[in-house]
Write a protein that binds this ligand. Structure first.
Ligand code: NAG
Ligand code: NAG
Ligand code: NAG
Ligand code: NAG
Ligand code: NAG
Length: 218
């Protein structure tokens, strides 16, 4: 291990993680995650109902679903969910927290409404991208978003969010894209703040940030 370059160590660790995930992360939970998302969203254009067919036993079958990207095409473990401009309605799909290996969630340009759950940080802590822009979300921006330590992209613009931007979001040290314009936010805001931190994602593949929270003696 000592002789490996940083990059090899990273790949090695990710490989170990993936191996251990086969036994502990529970692929079943990702299938349930998508079932729950489908059940909780209104889909007036039948975008999900035509693509998300759960009557299939093939390992990795969900990886062919519209908007779903898996870690590996033959393993039902979801890496990214991108459901953009599909006319979806309803509230933020809480079931997404059961996709325990998710790194990116993009629900932009739909017609989702209601407030975000205060405990939205129950999503995978390693999430690097959260795009909820161009919907009709309302209420306060949950301060718990600040618990997504690895977040690179946070887009909440073009919604109906109220109140102030939680100051805790200033702790998101890896953020490189942050937009909250066109909401009903009040108070002292830095809506178009640019961040001076070097964007981590440009230096490492996003999964490598996992390294920083592993115990030193692995
Ligand atoms: C099940 O999923 C696999 C992999 O996506 C696909 O090739 C196959 O056609 C599907 N079977 C049915 C019955 O839909
Ligand atoms: C997550 O999955 C568990 C087990 O399947 C289930 O009991 C729970 O309701 C799910 N959570 C959400 C928010 O759907
Ligand atoms: C979004 O929903 C609102 C209220 O339900 C409706 O008036 C509006 O037409 C919808 N917009 C789109 C783009 O579907
Ligand atoms: C972050 O997560 C911890 C542990 O779940 C929780 O106690 C804390 O309130 C969260 N932070 C915020 C700002 O919500
Ligand atoms: C934010 O952007 C607007 C329009 O682009 C500009 O007028 C304003 O000065 C900017 N505010 C800050 C704090 O940079």
């Amino acid at each position: 291990m000592l002789l490996m370059s940083g990059r090899d160590v990273c790949h090695g660790v990710v490989f170990l993680l993936l191996l251990s995930c086969r036994f502990s992360c529970g692929v079943e939970s990702d299938i349930n995650c998508l079932k729950s998302i489908k059940a909780s969203l209104e889909d007036p254009l039948d975008m999900l109902s035509s693509s998300w067919d759960f009557n299939n036993d093939t390992e990795g079958f969900i990886c062919n679903f519209l908007g779903i990207e898996c870690w590996h095409p033959h393993e039902s473990k979801v890496l990214n969910i991108k459901l953009v401009d599909l006319g979806l309605k309803g509230r933020f799909p809480r079931g997404v927290q059961n996709c325990t290996s998710l790194t990116g969630l993009d629900l932009s340009s739909n017609n989702l409404s209601g407030s975000l759950p205060d405990d939205i940080d129950r999503l995978n802590y390693f999430i690097t991208s959260l795009d909820l822009s161009s919907n009709s979300f309302s209420g306060l921006i949950p301060k718990s978003i600040s618990n997504f330590t690895f977040l690179n992209i946070l887009k909440l613009d073009n919604n109906k969010f109220l109140g102030e931007i939680p100051p805790q979001l200033g702790q998101l040290s890896r953020i490189k894209t942050f937009s909250v314009t066109n909401n009903q936010l009040s108070g002292p805001t830095t809506r178009n703040k640019t961040f001076s931190h070097p964007p981590m994602a440009m230096k490492f593949p996003s999964y490598c940030v996992i390294l920083h929270v592993l115990p030193q003696n692995i």
